[in-house]
Design a binder for this molecule. Structure first.
Ligand code: AMP
Length: 302
């Protein structure tokens, strides 16, 4: 079992109604690989950082069984930086700043050992880079999953539409699904996104859970109601890590197993939001994850 994860490894400034934190380690690929590392080893990372990124964090990721041989470290350059402010409901946020830095000229080079993964997770970053990674594989993975956000719809829509033609699963949040499709109803939006390429679509709705669509079939997983949400940053990426980690472990890409993967994804997202940045994802155990999945089952069983 193997998983290649692509995306940003970054610094974030985060503001919520309850507090703020500066230069927190984040990035889509950081959350994806950490969450997935509880299901599959190695998780093989494709990304880029500057020489400002803390070595201790890279060492920690490696200790968790995350392979960083596809992570480029650019001397004299700065890591990707994002700043965001959450609204009172914590479901929506404004991006205050996005500095591409090292990402602006990033050309991914896949090590030989990365070229035949069971599952490829194309996390949020430049759509052209997502395509470049796909093009370097020796064989088609069992499943190709892609996550993106409104920033790339605003800045690189044609490249995004091009890569969507070659993937199996799109994970996207509700507002982004509406932006991409131009449709308000999520059911109609999913139909129109199917026509762009992906046969499965996961629409994430923050604290209102996630919907899985597969050509007319639908599945809904709630989000676990939590006593305290500290920082929603990375919830979507942790979802993607749990979702793809579970699928890489089980290697069953049927609709029924994707339903289970959505619940594992939702469980990892719920752990992520309980602390700032990646803190809560550092200290989980398989039994904590199974207990959380059971809480999801109890929540909807009647
Ligand atoms: P999420 O909350 O799951 O949507 O992901 C938040 C993470 O995405 C943060 O840690 C950011 O560093 C990263 N991020 C923000 N904007 C972008 C972007 N345009 N491309 C790639 N990653 C981004």
């Amino acid at each position: 079992m193997s998983l290649v994860a692509v995306g940003t490894v970054a610094f974030d400034d985060i503001e919520t109604p309850f507090g703020r934190a500066e230069k927190v380690v984040g990035g889509a690929c950081t959350y994806i690989s950490l969450a997935a590392s509880y299901f599959v080893k190695p998780v093989q990372v494709v990304s880029v950082v500057g020489d400002d990124f803390p070595e201790a964090v890279l060492a920690f990721l490696q200790e968790r069984g995350i392979d960083l041989s596809g992570l480029q470290i650019k001397l004299g350059e700065k890591s990707f930086f994002w700043a965001g402010r959450y609204h009172r409901d914590l479901n929506s946020r404004d991006t205050l700043d996005t500095q591409l830095n090292v990402l602006a000229n990033f050309e991914p080079v896949l090590p030989e050992s990365y070229k035949a993964p069971d599952v490829l997770m194309l996390g949020n970053l430049v759509p052209k880079i997502q395509s470049d990674v796909l093009a370097q594989l020796k064989q088609r993975p069992g499943l190709v999953v892609l996550d993106t956000m409104n920033f790339w719809m605003d800045h690189a829509l044609d490249d995004l539409k091009a890569v969507l033609k070659s993937i199996d699963v799109l994970t996207i949040n509700d507002e982004e699904a509406r932006q991409l499709s131009g449709k308000h109803s999520l059911v109609v939006a999913a139909q129109s996104i199917h026509e762009m390429g992906p046969k499965y679509i996961v629409i994430k709705k923050g604290e209102h859970g996630a919907l899985l669509f597969h050509h007319g079939q639908m599945f809904y997983a709630p989000a676990l109601p939590l006593a305290e949400v500290i920082d929603p940053t990375g919830a979507g990426d942790s979802f993607a890590g749990g979702f793809t980690g579970y699928l890489a472990k089980t290697k069953d890409y049927s609709f029924d197993n994707l339903k289970r993967a959505v619940v594992y994804g939702a469980a990892m997202g719920s752990f992520c939001v309980e602390a700032f940045g990646i803190e809560n994802l550092k200290q989980l155990t398989p039994s904590m994850i199974e207990a959380r999945v059971q809480s999801f089952a109890n929540l909807v069983h009647f």
